[in-house]
Design a protein around this ligand. Sequence first.
Ligand SMILES: NC(=O)c1ccc[n+]([C@@H]2O[C@H](COP(=O)([O-])OP(=O)(O)OC[C@H]3O[C@@H](n4cnc5c(N)ncnc54)[C@H](OP(=O)(O)O)[C@@H]3O)[C@@H](O)[C@H]2O)c1
Length: 352
Amino acid sequence: MAASATQIGWYGLGSMGLAMATNLQRHLAAKKAVNLIYSNRTMSRGDPLKALGAVPESSFEKLVGRCGIIFTMVSDDTVLKNLISSALNSGESLSSKIFVDCSTVHPDTICATASQLKEKDAVFLSAPVFGGNPIAVAGKLVFAIGGPKEASEAVKPLIQDVMGRKIIDCGEEATKSSLLKIAGNIVTVSLMEAVGEAQVFAEKTGLGTGPMEELIGDAFGPVAGGYSKRLTTGVYAPPLDSRPGFGVSLSIKDAKHAAAIAKDHGVELPGLQVAEDNMVAAREYGGECLDSSSMYGILRQRAGLAFWNEKNFKSRDTSEYRIQNHIDFSLLDARAFMRALRGVLLSILHHK
Ligand SMILES: NC(=O)c1ccc[n+]([C@@H]2O[C@H](COP(=O)([O-])OP(=O)(O)OC[C@H]3O[C@@H](n4cnc5c(N)ncnc54)[C@H](OP(=O)(O)O)[C@@H]3O)[C@@H](O)[C@H]2O)c1
């Protein structure tokens, strides 16, 4: 199947999905191919795509009905499962359609999704990505792809030099690309923890975060350097009215997937566990809107510094911030309310 002649759909316009879909739409427009059809829970997130010629469709089921290749880029396993269920139960024929999921989900979710779609004569590819929002904007992500070869080959031209700079082909088993993504995240999360620890060490010893950042970028590469910048520029705790580059809960989800798979195979991941515990502590303290690198705030606190650094201190180091954060995400049940209360009390105790 030639991808250029096929109607392509996209669901999921978060931090990564919007950037990826934008590059895909630009590519389609440049090739004079049919414009992308997009959908998202919050449809207004698609306005920049619409301005580029892409076509909104608020119903995922209808989008599936209109498209031959359907990309999804959503937060987690539950969201993906719900989308696939709605497609399976829509009454639309799914025959010969190719579903390409780019989210980070557990291999068991991939396995179940692939077999459900196969029963309907549709194909599922798992194509998770490596790289954060700036890399997605630049169209330089690394993709891992797994699933039936013919479908992979049909989709690759929509990825290579469009949304990504490299595709690692994991073969016909879709679960392999998901495993690779989760394994990669062991490195990602552990590296963020290591960079955070080094930067707190640099600040407390008087060395300073500037020379440390120069060294990290030059000696350990641009990825580690980028993580350092997330800390020193304050991005680890972004403004309340913005989306984090990589939300702390998404990173905790990834760490939990890795830990569960490791346990099943008798593998210990002690470094990852430290990072996960620090991310959980950061979320308890600062709320959902933190970035995955916010373990830095906890490392700062343990060293006697404020959770917030001078770049985000002004807008954040107030009990009001934490009250707002905790209340937004907490009034769901009694346990969450107690957590919110604890967050407020902590904010008063730790206020510097
Ligand atoms: N950010 C990164 O650096 C990065 C890097 C590599 C891989 N990933 C992975 O890529 C995936 C997307 O990450 P992201 O950073 O783009 O996440 P995000 O900014 O949080 O966006 C999540 C997307 O899922 C949608 N969504 C969330 N809950 C939903 C629900 N209940 N029903 C329907 N849609 C829902 C959101 O819709 P709304 O817009 O309506 O909220 C949005 O489109 C995740 O699996 C993540 O682990 C992220």
